[in-house]
Every structure is written in C-alpha cells, then in structure tokens.
Write a new protein. Structure first.
Length: 271
C-alpha cells in the first residue's frame, strides 16, 4: 500500500494529481478511520497510469470515468470518434498553416511598399465594406460579423471607386471605404454568400501598387501617382473599383504607418 506521496513518487506525478483523480472518483484508496490517511494499492497505480494515458490524448476526465463502466467495444467506438475529431483538427491546422504562409509573404512585401507597380493575374475577389465614404453601410454591417469570424481566411480590404480613379482631373481625396475581403478560393472553402451587398470583382489582369500611408481613409491622386502614371503610359484603363488589402501596420518614429496593396482590374484602352 502507498501513501499519496509514495504513489506520486512511484509514478512520477505530482501528489495533487493523485488527489485530483481521487476526488474525481477515478481512484479508490482505503481510508484509515483513525487518522483519515489514504492508502493506495497497485490496482490504483494501474488506474492512475491508464487515466494518464487517456489524458495524454486530451480525453476529458468525465469520459475516462465513463470508460470504467464501459465495454471494450464502447471504448473503441468512442476512440474512433476522437480519431475523426483529431483528423479534422489536423486538417484545419494544415489549412491555417497554408494561410499563415500567404500572410507571411504579404507581410514581407510590406517592407517594400514604395510605390512599385506590378501586373498580376488574379482570380475573382469579393469584398464587404462597412466604413468610410460617409455611408451608413447598413446591409453590410448585418453580414460583417460572419466575415470577421472567418479570419485569417478573410482580409482587410481597401476600396477606391472606379469613377474617381478614371477622373484625370481629380485632386481631392478619394471616397475610400474599408472592410473585409476574400479571394475566390477561400470564399468557396468557407461557403460565404456572395450576393449583394457583397461586391465582387471578376478575375483577370490587375495592376497592383504597393503603398504606405498614415491615413487609409484619406488617399489622394498624389498618393496613387505611381499607379496612375503606369496605367497611362502603358495604355491601360481601369475596369472596376480597387480591391486592395492591408499588408501590415508598423510604428515608426511614434507614427503608425499602414502598408497596403491596391489591386485594380485593367484592360488595354482601345485605339
């Protein structure tokens, strides 16, 4: 027979573990009626180790306790279910790792946000805007909670309206809107509804410009000068609103800097 301390030392656990399992009804020591001391048998030692084995698989103590009155077949069936649950969790973690790699690449790009412009082919992009441009965004706000709950598969999106982008004489700030965006593959993966008020931009050739600003809601044509010049010099016309994304936020010299990318679908202007 073993005391609490002796059993704990014998099995390499803390005495509080022995006490906890005892209070939970997993161990059944003999109690000395004179002094209340508890004494544990070899059978208790086996039960404790068996409990530890199940706990190492994250099986709740309540389920471990039920195993004590369950058949081997019932225990195996429960473990089958736990196996399926773990496989689902692993699949989700692998998916999150894939997304983390994408976000990591975007964050690395943020270090080079100096007005460079690139031509890229993009799949459709879908956005739900809830802030800016003096709009109420009432319908969008009813959906945004669901979209935010899907982070990291959704992202922070930045919209500039097409008609303002195509105005060559514009000098005042754009009517910027902010919200949540998602690319086509994640929209399908998450089963998101893409009906209005969701705004969708078709896939195809896009221009992407990488910029930095202290105020995302106050972008001007001067800020977008690299993009506007690139499009004009190469004969591109803008086809849709932008569908940009925030890449990173950093603090420099006590100032908050937003590093972001603006994407806009384009086509060559007709002669």
């Amino acid at each position: 027979m073993f005391t609490v301390t002796e059993l704990a030392r014998l099995l390499g656990v803390q005495p509080d573990t022995v006490r906890h399992y005892t209070s939970y009804g997993l161990l059944f020591p003999r109690v000395n009626a004179l002094n209340g001391y508890r004494f544990y048998s070899e059978s208790d030692a086996v039960d404790l180790l068996n409990t530890r084995a199940f706990r190492s698989l994250d099986i709740p103590l309540e389920e471990v306790k039920r195993f004590g009155s369950a058949s081997v077949g019932e225990q195996a069936a429960w473990l089958d279910g736990r196996r399926d649950q773990l496989r689902a969790e692993i699949a989700m973690l692998e998916s999150k790792l894939e997304r983390l790699e994408e976000v990591r690449q975007y964050t690395r790009q943020a270090a080079d946000c100096r007005g460079q412009v690139v031509e890229i082919q993009r799949d459709p992009i879908h956005s739900l805007y809830t802030m800016g441009a003096g709009k109420a965004h009432t319908a969008q706000k009813r959906l945004v909670g669901d979209w935010v709950s899907r982070l990291p598969y959704t992202h922070i999106s930045v919209k500039l309206p097409l008609e303002e982008l195509n105005d060559p004489d514009r000098t005042e700030p754009y009517s910027v809107e902010l919200g949540i965006g998602v690319v086509e593959k994640y929209a399908a993966k998450l089963g998101l509804s893409l009906a209005p008020p969701v705004e969708s931009i078709p896939g195809g050739l896009h221009l992407a410009v990488y910029l930095r600003t202290e105020n995302l809601l106050s972008l001007t044509p001067q800020d977008l000068r690299p993009l506007l010049l690139y499009a004009r010099e190469r004969g591109f016309r803008f086809l849709n609103n932008t569908s940009g994304r925030l890449l990173a936020v950093e603090c420099s010299g006590g100032r908050k800097i937003f590093c972001f990318m603006l994407r806009v679908r384009v086509a060559l202007s007709r002669p």
